[in-house]
Design a protein around this ligand. Structure first.
Ligand SMILES: Nc1ncnc2c1ncn2[C@@H]1O[C@H](COP(=O)(O)OP(=O)(O)OP(=O)(O)O)[C@@H](O)[C@H]1O
Ligand SMILES: [Mg+2]
Length: 405
């Protein structure tokens, strides 16, 4: 039996890619993934490709790791899942190398399919195949990849997960996304899942004009308050630690339902309980750990501030933070915030037109400073209102705090 103190000490982990002790919420994403897996097990293709996008630290990787593990447990060797990030394949040949893996027959097949396209095919090494000859047309490569996916699907239904897909190269994306749509249309049991930051749509549109619209799209924002509280209390309860509603509300308030911060608060609380031997979290516990938790959260602020600074976005970010602060950190309609950005750019003496406003908003979305949501109107029968909300409200406060006095 695991020593309860060791279990408690290692309960929460902030941002190291591991699955959290309790993956809260995300029901629609889980259901969609499971529905597609059910189809795959029956040897049908997934209904649609799946795209998950959201600001950093909201749990894209954690969710996909959780789903991957759950499917591997449930479906065992009935299907195959491959997890890749674009940093593992700098060209199509390397991606093919990852897809064929160590399957000798598939390697032979791939050699045949791609022999006229690759200079130096060393698939057995799994990586390192030479780059695709530039003169060959994408369409040929796409047909070859389609054949390979069909071949792979005949052996076992196949799920390809691409995390960090916002860094997918457009030329590889073009071949992969189109091949994926084509083989699924032919009932090949294949499921492509992509996850990335909010500029993923722009990146994928460069590869395929229709892929985004034909996929199931899941924007991943912060957790709901109820789910954020569960992310804290369920793991603690599994260690026989009591945590009242008042206390969990306080933590979710301070972490603003941002999953990364919940993990930080959770780990600080767990450390404190191990130190004191207490098995109840009280408001006093929070007071005791708050310096540590705030310091750990601040390292994120500093990192994000540096990024904003490097991109020359600090003055804009300060103005945007001010607008949200005046609005009680509630969502602001897209037009309203973009008008404010235009004014800010003018004030800074920079070009202030539609393109520059959009360019700056894209950058701010990509680094998660703001996040787009649609807000249901209180007035019945009105369409939902597209708005921006703060990525992390406390980050805005931090950024505004860096103004010269
Ligand atoms: N649904 C959730 N419930 C509880 N904790 C979560 C949840 N989602 C994510 N977390 C935790 O939040 C932290 C950040 O998650 P993760 O690294 O998956 O975010 P991400 O969106 O992939 O970020 P990035 O874009 O930087 O890769 C991790 O510590 C993770 O365990
Ligand atoms: Mg991630």
């Amino acid at each position: 039996m695991i020593n309860p103190d060791i279990k408690l000490k290692n309960l929460f982990h902030a941002g190291d890619g591991r699955i959290p002790p309790y993956l809260a919420g995300r029901e629609p994403e889980r259901k969609n993934f499971q529905d597609c897996v059910d189809l795959l097990i029956q040897k049908y293709p997934a209904d649609q490709n799946m795209i998950i996008y959201g600001p950093r630290g909201n749990g894209k990787t954690a969710l996909l790791r959780y789903l991957q593990e759950a499917v591997q447990k449930e479906a065992g060797d009935k299907l195959e899942i491959l997890w890749v990030t674009p940093s593992q394949f700098k060209d199509l040949a390397q991606l093919v190398g990852l897809i064929v893996g160590n399957d000798q027959n598939l390697i032979k097949k791939a050699l045949k399919l791609f022999e006229r396209m690759f200079d130096d095919f060393t698939a057995s090494a799994n990586i390192g195949m030479a780059s695709v000859k530039a003169s060959l047309k994408n369409s040929k490569e796409m047909l070859a990849l389609e054949d390979l996916l069909r071949e792979k699907g005949k052996r076992k239904p196949f799920i390809l997960i691409i995390d960090e897909a916002h860094s997918l190269q457009p030329d590889i994306g073009q071949i992969l996304l189109n091949a994926s749509q084509n083989v699924r249309a032919e009932r090949c049991p294949f499921f492509l899942v992509l996850a990335g930051t909010p500029n993923l749509q722009t990146v994928l549109n460069q590869s395929s004009a229709t892929f985004w619209d034909k996929s199931s799209i899941f924007p991943l924002g912060r957790l709901s308050e109820k789910d954020a509280r569960k992310a804290l209390t369920t793991p603690l309860e599994s260690c026989q630690v009591a945590c009242s509603e008042e206390v969990s509300m306080e933590v979710t308030g301070r972490s603003q339902c941002y999953p990364y911060f919940i993990q930080i608060w959770g780990s600080c609380i767990a450390d404190q309980l191990v130190r004191t031997g207490d098995r109840e979290v009280t408001l006093e516990t929070l007071t005791e750990v708050e310096d540590m938790a705030i310091a750990k959260c601040s390292s994120i602020y500093i990192h994000r501030f540096d990024e904003l600074n490097m991109m020359g976005l600090v003055p804009l970010a300060i103005d945007i933070g001010g607008a949200f602060a005046e609005n009680g950190n509630q969502p602001l309609p897209i037009q309203e915030l973009e008008d404010l950005v235009r004014l800010s750019l003018k004030k800074l003496g920079e070009p202030a037109n539609h393109e520059t406003v959009q360019e700056n908003m894209q950058k701010l979305l990509h680094i998660g400073y703001v996040w787009k949501i649609s807000v249901l109107s209180e007035i019945e029968k009105r369409d939902p209102l597209l708005c921006y909300e703060p990525g992390i409200p406390s980050l805005m406060k931090f950024v505004r705090g860096q103004r010269r006095p």
